[in-house]
Design a protein around this ligand. Structure first.
Ligand code: PEP
Length: 261
């Protein structure tokens, strides 16, 4: 197996994407994660993972209040590229930050599919996140058809090139590799396929961002569950996970956090 290209330990990140799920009662799940985290300590990790929850925007401020004083980070699931203005229904990165977020997911495949978001829009949103002082979690990943056509690495390279701002640094930028066909389906690529895509992403990041590209976190996302997390998260160049369905229940999300090597 090829050794990882990175030498200094990268702090993993386990981020839960609640998507359009969660009324106020679901804050109890975040509170359960908050209460369990101190006992987890470093777990299996040389470097304990950062833990993040990305609730719907309606719960951000309440969740910030419920998790104050705990190490749980909060993220928004999307932002507009403008700081303010006539954009009915949207929220800006500045608003997400004001509500308690320290990060925002941009370019999730559900945004790309449901809202026609193109790479240049994703890039503008990542730039907006940086402008507001938020970490941008930039999602990339191929569809089933693209994988079957052997285009995975081309698609991911193109999305990375066009979606990441030129000034991206490792402190404020995270890449999430999420094969579209693995999201919410219970399917995952083979370990070898995940490792191959992450290696290609690392190579592209290092070529474009030099040392920062070697330190940028690359998350895997797509049907990460308690029973496959340890295996997926121990693959080379996998620096954590973006977790959808399994982040909705504290017990499952905590099991994934515990499985982080
Ligand atoms: C996601 O939507 O980011 C995701 C990875 O979902 P799931 O874990 O449910 O596949």
């Amino acid at each position: 197996m090829t050794p990882p290209m990175t030498t200094t330990p990268i702090r993993p990140l386990v981020a839960g994407n609640w998507k359009m799920n969660g009324l106020a009662a679901a804050l109890a799940e975040a509170a359960a994660v908050r209460d369990a985290l101190p006992a987890l300590g470093a777990g299996n990790s040389d470097v304990p993972p950062d833990v993040m929850i990305c609730p719907p925007a309606t719960l951000l401020a309440q969740m910030a209040y419920a998790t104050r004083g705990s190490p749980i980070l909060l993220g928004a699931q999307d932002c507009h590229w403008a700081a303010s203005g006539a954009h009915t229904g949207d929220i800006s990165a500045e608003m997400a930050k004001d509500a308690g977020a320290s990060a925002v997911i941009v370019g999730h495949s559900e945004r790309r599919a449901d809202h026609g978001e193109l790479d240049r829009v994703v890039r503008a949103k990542a730039e907006a996140a940086h402008r507001a002082g938020l970490i941008a979690i930039v999602c990339v990943g191929e569809t089933k058809g693209e994988r079957l056509a052997g285009l995975t690495l081309d698609v991911v390279a193109r999305q990375l090139e066009a979606s990441l701002p030129d000034a991206a640094s490792d402190a404020e930028t995270v890449v999430a590799y999420e094969p579209v066909w693995a999201i919410g389906t219970g399917l995952t690529p083979s370990n070898a396929d995940v490792a191959a895509v992450h290696a290609a992403i690392r190579k592209a990041l290092a070529a474009r961002f030099a040392a920062a590209g070697l330190r940028m976190r690359i998350l895997y996302g797509g049907s990460v569950k308690p029973d496959n997390a340890a295996e997926l998260l121990s693959l080379p160049e996998v620096n954590g996970a973006l977790v959808g369905g399994a982040s909705l229940k504290a017990a499952d999300f905590l099991a994934i956090i515990r499985a982080t090597p």
